[in-house]
Unconditional design. Sequence first.
Length: 301
Amino acid sequence: MPAGRVKSAHTKGLVAQIEWVPTSGHDYTGIYAEGTESALLRLSQTSILHENSSGLFPSMAIKFLLDGQASKNIFAMPNFVGTDSWDFFLNPLSNRVAPFTQEESPIDIDTILKKLVEASEWPYVCAIGHVAEVYDDGTEATDANIPYEIKFTSSIHFDEEKELDETTGEQVMYYDQLKRIEQGSTILEAWGLTAPESLDGEWIKIADINLITPLYTSVFGDERLFFQHVDTTNDRDLWPNAWVGLNEDPKFNQNDADNVWGNEVPTGEFGWPEDAEEAEARYLAQIDTYSCPFAWLLDLN
């Protein structure tokens, strides 16, 4: 993690070394074409689980390690709002997610979205093209070719309801379920969208993702291991003009003060409690009342 940065999302997860095994039938380049065994997979819960949680909010990230240069990272989630299931792999995870809607997520739009826009003018999509531009030995791939979108699915599933320990009656946490997946298993399949669906794009399988090691929980993985998000601008430079012209991904002007949050937060009576018990109680109350833990930033208490 960069110095001074505290991980406030994806705080609990698991890490394993993986093998990216390309399938035939596609012409994508770089690591997508040749594969690699020098990669780390992290599976995590995006938000903080609590006693009233109705399901998981899964996310995944892959760090492709390269010779002589910084790693390349990709990310995927099912959406920006979470699920009502305890099956980590129930829904496909994609580098592109549906936008918040004013009807369902007005507070998220006025808080989370504004913070996301500060980092990227296309907040609902993360880049995948940089992985097609390089091989794991660090050499550059020429004439990079990429899918429009990548999604990840799994044949491994858990009960959608909470799994309870037969002895204690306590919930079996998602990370303990995931630890049961055996070393050598194909944990995920990667699928590429050949073009926007409005231009008759089709989903084709592009890789199997196999566990070289078991999945591990660790303090280092939760607090220090860093996956850098990459803006989708580079992908757009690699797209055909027809894809760019669709402008399917919502874009926000970062220079418009109404689109970004800034650095000011409520203080004093309306600030966040310093006492841990008070903070937990307020967090749960915000979720219960507003379905968003950041309503207090809008003076909603």
